[in-house]
Ligand binder design. Sequence first.
Ligand code: SF4
Ligand code: SF4
Length: 114
Amino acid sequence: MPESSPLDSTGLRFLCQRCGNCCRWPGDVHVTGREISVIAEFLGISEHAFVQDYTRINARRTGLSIIDQPDGACIFLEGVNVCRIQAVKPEHCKGFPNAWNFPGWRDLCEAVEV
Ligand code: SF4
Ligand code: SF4
């Protein structure tokens, strides 16, 4: 995912249409320590195994991000729009586009105004 920036000043809210586009963008998908614990438990693996197998240092070197597939999509994306960890996905994923977005995001995201 692209780096975050403050929500614009319109105050609009958007409803995700589950197109999956944001799971295919290059960039960091930040994951916190607490999220690592929850996701690892969901996957039935240890936190150590999750960190070793599914994370990398983020671009700013401030924490961990979920690794990509060879084409740049998130490692947990299956098919067009299925998230393997949907029930426990990181706040970074949940927050787009309402909690954070970036210039030009409307051209890439199919969310509708509500
Ligand atoms: S964790 Fe799930 S929702 Fe988040 S980028 Fe990966 S596939 Fe998409
Ligand atoms: S790009 Fe927008 S509409 Fe598509 S899955 Fe992500 S948030 Fe939902």
